[in-house]
Design a protein around this ligand. Structure first.
Ligand SMILES: Nc1ncnc2c1ncn2[C@@H]1O[C@H](COP(=O)(O)OP(=O)(O)OP(=O)(O)O)[C@@H](O)[C@H]1O
Length: 281
């Protein structure tokens, strides 16, 4: 059972802890990660977190506190040095097939048209891979439908370099979810975009998440983005990172970017900012 503080929108002070009843999907207990020789570069220490199935969680914290390291653990790209990492009821023992990832850089393959970029995971991840030849047209339709869903109906036959940065990031989001991942990891996915494009992409991600109901974890430096998108925001201490504050964001869905000007929203952002400032001291 996950215990987090209740949303504060009617009151600037955090409310007492309350239970979140959905089953846990990502669970880390007392995790440490050391890079290099033992003890030389301790990135995470005593890091514990629970993220519920279908939840949208955000991880925020000072630069270098271990946010990306957390994503490597959750995706199975890196084992913990100590402690346990359970995702989807199983101890993580290697890269997980049911994870989708989108990064700050869309990292699309420039020699492939957008449709073929979106289809890439279907060529790698089972069971799609084995059915690649037989289901080729179905896979193309799947990718094409996703491009339509994110507002890019005409991008399928264009190359990434023919699109704007925001359009490329939409294509990257399609690629991240085309294989129906149970867990979507977003590593500063919106941080290189201009303010308007970023807001548009928040809406795109929220709509995809509401429709498909995967578990999502967003790592970001943007507290407004975290409060706007997440059900729960976790604040990580400075290195070696561990969670020092967790807060439920109880705004109704679907959320509207205009809500960020509400006093309660601003109070929450300010409080999280204060927590990060304390973490840096
Ligand atoms: N491959 C590596 N080898 C050695 N040290 C590393 C490696 N990757 C990360 N680190 C160190 O581990 C710590 C945590 O890094 P990480 O990238 O997880 O932090 P972060 O919170 O995502 O940083 P930022 O907010 O700046 O992106 C940092 O001190 C970093 O220098």
């Amino acid at each position: 059972m996950l215990y987090v503080s209740k949303p504060p929108f009617d009151n600037p002070a955090p409310k007492p802890l309350m239970p979140l009843t959905r089953p846990t999907f990502v669970e880390m207990d007392d995790v440490s990660v050391t890079y290099g020789a033992v003890g030389s570069e301790l990135a995470l220490q005593a890091f514990s977190v629970r993220i519920a199935t279908g939840e949208f969680a955000a991880i925020v914290g000072p630069s270098g506190c271990g946010k990306s390291t957390f994503l490597k653990l959750a995706s199975g790209l890196r084992p913990p040095t100590a402690g346990g990492v359970i995702v989807g009821d199983k101890e993580v023992a290697g890269p997980l097939k049911f994870v989708g990832m989108a990064f700050q850089n869309p990292a699309l393959l420039p020699w492939r048209k957008c449709l073929e970029n979106v289809m890439l995971p279907l060529e790698i991840v089972e069971p799609f891979r084995s059915r690649k030849r037989r289901d080729r047209e179905l896979h193309r339709a799947r990718a094409r439908d996703l491009l339509k869903a994110v507002g890019l109906p005409d991008a399928a036959d264009r190359y990434p370099w023919q699109l704007s940065g925001g359009m490329q990031q939409r294509v990257a989001l399609c690629r991240a979810i085309v294989h129906d991942p149970r867990l979507l990891l977003l590593d500063e996915t919106f941080s290189a975009l201009d303010a308007f494009t970023r807001e548009e992409l928040w809406g795109v991600v929220q709509a995809l998440w509401l429709e498909r109901q995967f578990t999502a974890v967003l790592v970001t430096h943007d507290l407004t983005e975290a409060v706007y998108l997440a059900d729960t925001v976790h604040v990580v201490s400075s290195r070696p990172g561990h969670i020092i504050h967790s807060e439920v964001i109880d705004l109704p869905r679907p959320r509207d970017p205009r809500q960020r000007f509400d006093p309660g929203f601003a109070d929450t952002v300010l409080r999280l900012r204060q927590k990060i400032a304390e973490a840096r001291q």
